[in-house]
Design a protein around this ligand. Structure first.
Ligand code: ZN
Length: 148
């Protein structure tokens, strides 16, 4: 195991043990739940919006270390962003996990998320890593539909 593998494992375990923005916002503007039946991961995300921005986000992930860590990193990556920016951030992440993208293409503030790139070699776990990001997308889609 290389030094970076150890480092990445530590980053994932640290987010797993102490997830950022953990909990539930009440009241919330958006409340959405996602499930990954393959692994049993669940994720409940609540958002507060202010003028098209994610003013606050809390998530309540239950499941494996990869899904919990990924959820924690997702909240860090999108808090304070406009819905449009958050959307682009999710796409960058998914491009890395599901497409030909690499961690090198991620912006600097998504640095911790590089640790998840290693999950790509474990196809069964990719869904664990992507769950909360897809759940956020679903929540943002609901907001867009309400606007129309
Ligand atoms: Zn999982």
């Amino acid at each position: 195991m290389s030094l970076s593998d150890d480092l990445y494992r530590d980053i994932i375990l640290e987010h797993h043990k102490n997830p950022h923005h953990y909990g539930t916002l009440e009241p919330a503007d958006v409340s959405v739940e996602g499930v990954n039946p393959l692994c049993g991961d669940e994720c409940h995300i609540t958002l507060k919006l202010d003028d098209g921005r994610i003013a606050d986000i809390k998530a309540n992930p239950r499941g494996c270390a990869i899904s919990r860590a990924s959820t924690s990193m997702m909240t860090d990556a999108v808090i304070g962003k406009s819905l449009e920016e958050a959307h682009a951030t999710v796409q960058k992440f998914k491009h890395m996990m599901l497409g030909p993208g690499t961690a090198d293409e991620l912006p600097e503030e998504m640095e911790d998320i590089e640790a998840l790139e290693g999950v790509k070699v474990l196809p069964a776990r990719i869904k664990c890593a992507v769950l909360s990001w897809d759940t956020l997308l679903e929540g943002m889609r609901e907001v867009e539909q309400k606007k129309d």
